[in-house]
Ligand binder design. Structure first.
Ligand code: PBG
Length: 353
């Protein structure tokens, strides 16, 4: 018996003969799948999935100042924006029918401390941006991260004590952060910290404070990923981060554990769940959607964006096509929507088409 790669050949999956299938076998004719692809109209008619502007959540980076924009070098085309400019982009989102923006702060390093206390300042950058958008563009939804990393001097998402990230103590702070953001007018609270039990604690606190209509989108399966690098440049935590996040974010080698994480967050009251990063984790998106049938989102993270942009700038690939192909892949895998830095660009393209 021939044994290759440690497994007997006989045990491998065998496919039906490729040249014929049940329909045409009787006629003794070859099956011609290309018939359905022969013209543009036919391809459009037979297309199984579509991407629309309604599928997009647009992440924006806020910074201090007035009328100011500063490019993020590792994310070509992405800028940090002063609050007035964030409002301009929110208006653009409304025009492009992008339903929701996600807000992240670049916190002045002088305001960062061990406990991330600026996260609880009701007048911090994120809260200012929420109020400004709600005043001028109320029809756009606002999602905010709950996690301490843009506010801590050590760059971690939680409280650090003797080299360890404390769980329950961190959750107490995250609950306060969520309340501060809800008070400012945030529509969707998105805990991205990966502490245990934070979704339930936040839901309880929101309800107790009468924020029953504020939703939770849990970063439910969030992996300890190298693809967050450019984001950490954007929020200014790349240089400060001590060590890595592997004691709280998930091991990229795990699948079943992702389902446990998602199941817990649903039990604890999440309205929507998210998988992050995106493209390298489409198997997780697909399994989560199939298993739970929950509104499921994927985050096409900064490193995924940067890879496509860098290759496009070198003319190594067609950036527009790679953007569209990467985004339809999320729909194919079962995602209900995607957080993506391509949001305005792809929305403009979809509007024109
Ligand atoms: C903060 C947070 C991160 C991202 C979103 N929220 C970074 C991290 O966990 O280190 C990454 C987003 C991106 O890379 O685009 N907890």
């Amino acid at each position: 018996m021939a044994v290759k790669f440690g497994r007997p050949l006989e045990s491998r999956v065998r496919f039906a003969p490729a040249e014929k299938d049940a329909h045409t076998a009787r006629l003794d004719l070859p099956t011609r799948l290309r018939r359905n692809r022969r013209a543009d109209w036919a391809r459009r008619m037979l297309r199984e999935h579509t991407l629309t502007t309604d599928d997009l959540i647009w992440p924006l980076f806020a910074m201090d100042g007035r009328n100011a924009r500063a490019p993020v070098p590792s994310m070509p085309g992405v800028e940090r924006l002063s609050v007035d400019q964030i409002v301009r982009e929110a208006e653009r989102a409304a025009k492009l029918t992008i339903p929701c923006v996600a807000l992240f702060p670049y916190t002045d390093p002088a305001l960062r401390d061990e406990e991330g206390s600026e996260a609880l300042n009701p007048d911090n950058l994120v809260c200012q941006a929420i109020r400004a958008i709600k005043k001028e563009v109320p029809e756009v939804g606002i999602l905010c991260d709950v996690a301490l990393d843009p506010y801590t001097s050590h760059g971690h998402d939680g409280l650090l004590h003797e080299g360890e990230i404390l769980n329950d103590e961190t959750v107490q702070v995250l609950v306060k952060q969520a309340l501060v953001q809800a008070e400012a007018g945030c529509d969707i609270i998105a805990p991205s910290d990966m502490m245990d039990g934070r979704v339930g604690a936040i839901r309880k606190a929101l309800d107790a404070a009468n924020f029953v209509d504020v939703s939770i989108m849990a970063y439910a399966a969030k992996y300890a990923s190298a693809f967050y690098g450019p984001f950490r440049d954007a929020v200014g935590s790349a240089k400060t981060l001590s060590g890595d996040k592997r004691t709280y974010q998930m091991d990229p080698a795990n699948t079943d554990e992702a389902l446990r994480e998602v199941a817990l967050d649903i039990e604890e009251g999440a309205d929507m769940v998210m998988v992050k990063p995106g493209l390298p984790y489409l198997d997780i998106v697909s399994r989560v959607k199939e298993t739970f049938g929950m509104p499921t989102f994927a985050y096409q993270v900064s490193g995924e964006y940067a890879m496509i942009m860098a290759a496009a700038q070198n003319s190594w690939l067609d950036g527009e096509r790679a953007m569209l192909e990467s985004l339809i892949a999320f729909k194919r895998a079962g995602a209900d929507g995607v957080l993506t830095y391509f949001a305005p660009r792809v929305a403009e393209k979809l509007k024109k088409a």
